[in-house]
Design a protein around this ligand. Structure first.
Ligand SMILES: Cc1cc2nc3c(=O)[nH]c(=O)nc-3n(C[C@H](O)[C@H](O)[C@H](O)COP(=O)(O)OP(=O)(O)OC[C@H]3O[C@@H](n4cnc5c(N)ncnc54)[C@H](O)[C@@H]3O)c2cc1C
Length: 216
């Protein structure tokens, strides 16, 4: 998950005073095979009070100097993007269970499996947003980009991926873990990969498919 800012060409002077909610105001689905063979999902958020705090932190002592002009010039134009890449371009997490030995209990440990594709994809995304600045009428503020730690995103799964010919730690097309015939996993754990887009409806549809087949 990444969070760059966009600075709009046009101001909305009342943005900071507007009574609104903090949900995403728009989704941008970017399909550009030169960046990713899968959709890149960008959620666009308009002003909330945390933007002000973020600017204050960035400016430090200079914030007092600029005073209300920051609100007028920056906050009235600022949009936050919460961006997601497909799991093929995201780091993974490896889970290892070490069996108890002596006084040491069973231990489950998590470690990061880095993905070398992440940074180049983000750079290409920046170039794309820059090249589209006239159509979106906004500048990407890339120095403010934050790349989330692995596992920080809200779309997780693929722990026991579905395969047509599953092996250990995988599931079959009905979500049955390898070696089990009457247990079905029906949540996002069985996704073979994770799209960047929101996944709940796909999770529900897949659970329904497995449930219907198992009951039929
Ligand atoms: C802040 C946030 C915002 C999100 N926004 C969106 C959005 O706008 N749109 C969207 O599509 N998705 C969104 N998501 C993602 C979405 O919530 C998840 O992708 C979705 O809930 C995954 O469904 P699931 O059935 O795989 O897992 P879950 O919904 O997590 O269900 C797993 C269930 O298993 C239970 N469980 C776990 N371990 C055990 C156990 N040992 N025994 C018994 N039960 C167990 C848990 O209690 C849980 O009820 C968001 C997620 C977060 C955290």
């Amino acid at each position: 998950m990444t969070t760059p800012f966009l600075l709009r060409y046009r101001k909305v002077v009342v943005a900071a005073a507007e009574a609104t909610n903090t949900l995403a105001q728009a989704f941008i689905e970017l399909n550009d095979p030169s960046i990713s063979s899968n959709t890149i999902h960008l959620q666009v958020y308009t002003y909330n009070e945390l933007f002000r705090q973020q600017i204050r932190n960035a400016l430090g002592p200079l914030d007092r100097l600029f005073g209300n002009s920051v609100d007028r010039s920056v906050l009235s134009r600022l949009l936050l993007i919460q961006g997601y890449l497909h799991s093929d371009l995201s780091p993974g997490i490896e889970v290892t269970l070490s069996r108890a030995s002596g006084a040491k209990p069973d231990t489950l440990s998590l470690s990061i499996a880095p993905n070398t594709g992440t940074r180049p994809a983000l750079s290409a995304l920046l170039r794309k947003l820059r090249s589209e600045r006239r159509s979106i009428r906004a500048w990407p503020v890339w120095p403010a980009l934050r790349v989330g730690e692995p596992g920080r995103g809200f779309h997780t799964g693929g722990t026991f991926p579905m395969r047509s010919d599953p092996r250990e730690f995988e599931t079959d097309e009905l979500g049955r873990p390898y070696g089990l015939s009457r247990v079905h996993v029906v949540d996002a754990s069985v996704f073979p990969s994770l799209p960047a887009t929101t996944i709940t409806l796909s999770v529900m549809a897949n659970a329904h498919r497995i449930g219907s087949a198992a009951a039929g």
